[in-house]
Write a protein that binds this ligand. Sequence first.
Ligand code: SF4
Length: 88
Amino acid sequence: MHSWDLSTGVDGPGTRFVAFLSGCPLACLYCHNPDTWRMRAGTRTSADAVIAEAAKYVRFISVSGGGATVSGGEPSCSPSSPASCCTG
Ligand code: SF4
């Protein structure tokens, strides 16, 4: 994972826990997150660790009608499926 942030009004409804994954080969001209393009720019992190971090803010996120967003980089380029954070 490259980084995470709490975001309101940009990455989905309510306040979001936004996980920015590392790596994107597309290099879009107007990309907002070019610092995430390099696959090795992040830190190897387990889905459980990301969920544990997000859980610290769940009450705040819930009250705002928010949720979680997986962003990037390009999440589909991640070596493990971002969906593993979203199930179970
Ligand atoms: S992160 Fe998204 S906007 Fe940026 S270069 Fe990749 S696909 Fe394009």
